[in-house]
Design a protein around this ligand. Structure first.
Ligand code: FAD
Length: 299
């Protein structure tokens, strides 16, 4: 009997920076776990600035929860030898999903490292995986990459972003997750152009609960994405925090629903380690999820 298919659901978490933030992160982890996501991703500082904290979180997710972690890994500023060691450590420790990224050079530091772009990192992951075939029981590590619904600030144009996405798939990537975007048409355009260019892997929209103007401002300057003026005006115009949150959740739900209606294979929510807004979005979306007993029970 064929099983119903559900849109994939995943969340992004970042490693805690203090004992206090670790405690609140774990409240978030437990609340998100109840929604039975397909995976949770764990960010990684460029040049491995928070490597041990990221690995510590991955270890706890693997050993203390039912969640399947996707480990982000950046190559900027790291040598091939270092990266090989980290990939080996991740696979050896039971991680079965890696998001291969270039990363951004921290301010004031020069870019160094002999793996320059994400497509080269994908290839390196596949090489290390090939050495570990016996341990993987001939299975595969799932490798994800970043995609951009609006031009990446270092790219000349959208065509370059699509060429790079195709190169990452050809290097061995299985799926892509998008950077934050604010207009449904941006996601549609990305998928249309990618398919036309020959990209076949799933492209999961990355959606951020749009409830904090401070966070939006920071993100837009970090990622070089202009926040939609109309949305910005509505958030700024809110008279109370509650109203701002309602406006933000509604806008996020509209964005996510438009992407799903457009055939998106799932949804990746940037949580900023907070569950409330992510759960509000999920509640309002009423996303179909596998039965409580979990996927294995429906085999
Ligand atoms: P690439 O795919 O390498 O592309 C970077 C730039 O180089 C682009 O302009 C591209 O056009 C160009 N380029 C790529 N390949 C070539 C080539 N062969 N020749 C010439 N030019 C090329 N950052 C972190 O530090 N930690 C994280 O955990 C993290 N998680 C992220 C998760 C998601 C879902 C996304 C979308 C981004 C994340 N980032 C993270 C940010 C990411 O590291 C930056 O956006 C970075 O600037 C680019 O990474 P990339 O993997 O897309 O790089």
């Amino acid at each position: 009997m064929s099983q119903p298919s559900y849109p994939a659901l995943s969340y992004e978490l970042y490693p805690p920076r203090s004992a206090e933030s670790e405690q609140s992160l774990w409240t978030t982890v437990r609340r998100l776990e109840e929604t039975r996501p397909d995976f949770v991703s764990v960010t990684y500082g460029a040049a491995g600035s928070n490597r041990e904290a990221a690995i510590g979180l991955l270890r706890r997710l693997l050993t203390e929860t039912t969640l399947k972690p996707l480990a982000h890994l950046t190559c900027v500023g790291s040598s091939r030898t270092e990266l090989t060691g980290i990939i080996d450590r991740l696979i050896g420790g039971g991680v079965r999903g890696i998001l291969a990224l270039r990363g951004d050079t921290p301010e004031g530091r020069t870019r160094a490292g002999d793996v320059e772009h994400a497509d080269e990192l994908v290839r390196l992951i596949r090489e290390v995986e090939a050495q570990r075939t016996a341990q993987l029981a001939a299975g595969r590590v799932s490798v994800g990459v970043a995609a951009y619904a609006t031009r990446h600030p270092d790219s000349a144009n959208l065509d370059q972003d699509i060429d790079v996405l195709l190169a990452k798939e050809e290097a061995g990537a299985d799926f892509a997750i998008t950077q934050v975007f604010f207009r449904p048409s941006d996601y549609t355009r990305l998928v249309t152009r990618a398919r036309r260019a020959g990209v076949t892997m799933p492209i999961i929209p990355g959606v951020m609960p749009l409830t904090s103007t401070r966070r939006l401002r920071k993100l837009s300057s970090l990622a070089g994405i202009d926040v939609d003026d109309a949305l910005w005006a509505r958030l700024e115009g809110a008279r109370t925090d509650d109203e701002r949150r309602r406006v933000g959740v509604a806008a996020t739900v509209d964005l996510a629903r438009a992407a799903l209606d457009d055939g998106a294979p799932g949804l990746h929510l940037y949580t900023f380690n907070q569950h409330a807004a992510a759960l509000d979005v999920l509640d309002a979306l009423d996303l179909a999820r596998p039965p409580q007993a979990g996927l294995a029970a429906s085999l």
